[in-house]
Design a protein around this ligand. Structure first.
Ligand SMILES: Nc1ncnc2c1ncn2[C@@H]1O[C@H](COP(=O)(O)OP(=O)(O)O)[C@@H](O)[C@H]1O
Ligand SMILES: [Mg+2]
Length: 614
């Protein structure tokens, strides 16, 4: 099959595999041990499965043994003899054994599926729990598509490895060993002769498995890339950007390239070691001939019975399938380590922000917020905040102002511990926020973000997000206070209107007010508002400001304001400049001082006056 035409000059991004880059491979054993460890919580089922496997392996041996008895005892030989009733009994026994074997087979496949799916469930759940506990820093530095891909694609692909490996290895080993045992019992010379070639195949299998593991790891990586592209371009914001910049063709090409690479890697993985498998298969077909040749000579020499040779040939045939399967499992297992490595990588990520041992719950919050000489940087070498100190007394209104990029949002993020300070400390009612439980800390703070986020759900469900127990009356009250009730009530489905992913069916100001109502419903002691009126016109601003007046009553507020007109009444205005607190005081004090705040204020006033005149 030919790949569609492409521009030969365009660089091929997704071209080289890890294999070709010669990256060293990780040792398989620790990962393997950990995979085994995943079964520990389910030892009961595993034990039951082993019992069933053993039973079915033993039952499976019966027919070959009965075959020997039929040929040697029940059927007439050249010397005469034979017995019809014996033949009937032996055949009946064979039928019964086969029926039992089939029954055990069904139970076995049920149990192995249960184990495989349960291990997958455990991994999926643990991974989700772990990732939801990761810090914001981690989310801002990882691609959503990549993360999703690991949780869905990688975990989704391990099921086979887990259930197949367990039943496959144990089951087949038991079959191989017991079969070989019976062969030895029948005629050990013939038995040893028949299996002498098998070990030769064990060595290449490992190498093939390792190559497959590399290729699988690489194709999962590309699948994650593909997921990322899809996630970015098929989301509302991404689609909007792609369309307005007319980049569909470019995105299509990029997608096609990665998808083609996945195709290439998967074909290669399927074909690696095919030659080796063919050799195995050839040997399987030739084996009976070898047994009859050597066994036949032993019969001619009077050293073995005909029944023994027939039974040995049938046992050997029975052994080849499991040996083949063991090889296959070995391959699946080694290659699937690549999946587990990717999953374990994520499970091993350190949760940067977590409860300290002995953390206590923050209760009866009065709401005194205090920053003491706080220093912080997103990267250790570039500080964003430098020696910030201020106090907002309980129930007071504090406002943060400053140029864009001054560090206002960053300051707000530190309070609910979205990031931890690098130096200094932040206290609420005198408790260092790192000494209290995250759950109680976030319960006492509500945040209205710069870019409010809504889930693809009804307005009602979005509002209840911070207060699952809120009654419908409380919801309406909050929306009235946020000046959004009339708008919602006027929608065709009212509060049951679906807002669309990220709230794209609402305008910026409507979204802001829904998120204010959401914060109101949570009824927190401390409220953080990040530029709640930045993206709206003056009319909407006034409406939102009214809403905020309700919201801020009786709580400690840290408000970040772009429009300084919204914070004239603040109890304390904190002026940030390049990560430093350069001024603080009330509006009249700061105006009298004639510093940065006065300059910012005059600038805006001039703008507005100009706009009004124009
Ligand atoms: N997640 C981040 N990683 C690295 N740097 C960041 C991140 N977020 C913000 N910054 C940087 O930190 C500085 C302060 O940003 P921010 O607090 O958002 O400013 P403001 O809200 O005052 O406009 C800016 O220089 C910005 O580029
Ligand atoms: Mg900001």
């Amino acid at each position: 099959m030919l790949r569609p035409e492409r521009d030969p000059d365009r660089p091929r991004r997704a071209e080289r595999t890890r294999l070709e880059r010669q990256r060293p491979q990780r040792p398989a054993w620790p990962t393997f041990k950990r995979v085994i460890g995943l079964h520990r919580p389910h030892l009961g089922v595993v034990a039951l499965l082993i019992v069933v496997i053993v039973a079915s392996a033993l039952v499976g041996l019966g027919p070959a043994y009965l075959l020997q008895r039929i040929v040697d005892d029940a059927l007439p030989t050249a010397a005469g003899g034979g017995s019809g009733s014996k033949l009937n009994a032996l055949i009946l026994a064979m039928v019964v054994l086969v029926a039992f074997g089939a029954f055990f087979g069904v139970v076995q496949s049920y149990l192995s599926n249960v184990i495989g799916q349960t291990v997958m469930f455990d991994l999926r759940r643990d991974l989700y729990r772990h990732l939801t506990g990761m810090s914001l820093r981690w989310f801002t530095s990882n691609r959503t598509g990549e993360v999703l891909s690991r949780v869905s694609n990688d975990v989704g692909s391990v099921q086979n490895a887990v259930s197949e490996a367990l039943t496959g290895i144990i089951g087949n080993l038991i079959i191989v060993l017991s079969t070989f045992g019976l062969m030895l019992f029948l005629d050990w010379r013939l038995a040893l002769f028949s299996v002498a070639f098998i070990p030769v195949f064990l060595f290449p299998a490992r190498r093939v498995g390792n190559i497959q593991r590399e290729l699988l790891g690489e194709s999962q990586e590309q699948l994650a890339n593909l997921n990322t592209r899809m996630h970015e371009t098929l989301s509302v914001s991404g689609a909007l950007l792609m369309k307005t910049f007319g980049r569909q063709q470019m995105e299509y090409d990029r997608f096609e390239e990665t998808a083609w690479e996945i195709r290439r890697l998967n074909i290669r993985r399927a074909m690696v070691g095919r030659g080796f498998m063919v050799a195995m298969g050839l040997f399987t077909s030739l084996a009976p001939a070898i047994v009859y040749w050597y066994g036949g000579h032993r019969v001619l020499g009077g050293e073995a019975s005909l029944g023994t040779v027939v039974a040995t040939a049938s046992l050997l045939g029975r052994m080849f399938q499991p040996v083949n399967q063991l090889m296959g499992i070995n391959l699946t297992l080694i290659s699937s380590l690549a999946l587990f490595e990717r999953i374990f990588d994520y499970l091993d990520l350190e949760q940067e922000i977590a409860d300290r041992p002995g953390a206590v719950a923050l209760t009866d919050v009065r709401g005194e917020v205090r920053f003491e000489d706080v220093t912080f940087g997103y990267r250790k070498d570039t500080p964003v905040l430098n020696g910030i100190s201020f106090t907002i007394p309980p129930g007071k209104f504090g406002a943060l102002v400053g140029h864009s990029g001054a560090g206002k949002t960053t300051t707000a993020y530190l309070l609910p511990r979205l990031y931890d300070v690098d130096g200094g400390r932040i206290t609420i009612d005198g408790h260092d926020i790192r000494d209290v439980t995250l759950e109680s800390l976030t319960a006492s703070i509500a945040m209205v973000n710069q870019e409010p986020y809504l889930f693809h759900d009804t307005i009602r469900a979005n509002l209840r997000y911070g207060a699952p127990g809120a009654t419908d009356e409380e919801i309406v009250d909050a929306c009235r206070a946020a000046n959004i009730h009339d708008f919602i009530a006027g929608l065709p489905y009212g509060y049951d209107t679906i807002v669309g992913e990220r709230g794209y069916r609402l305008s910026g100001g409507e979204k802001q007010r829904v998120s204010i109502a959401r914060a109101l419903l949570k009824d927190p002691a401390i409220l953080v508002l990040d530029e709640a009126t930045s993206s709206v016109d003056t009319h909407t601003e006034r409406i939102i400001q009214d809403a905020l007046a309700h919201l801020t009553r009786g709580r400690t507020v840290l408000a970040i304001a772009h429009r300084l007109s919204t914070i004239l009444a603040a109890d304390v205005i904190l002026v940030l400049d390049h990560g430093r607190l350069v001024e603080s005081g009330t509006h009249p004090e700061l105006m009298a001082r004639g510093g940065l705040y006065a300059a910012l204020y005059n600038e805006q006033f001039a703008d507005r006056a100009g706009a009004a005149a124009g």
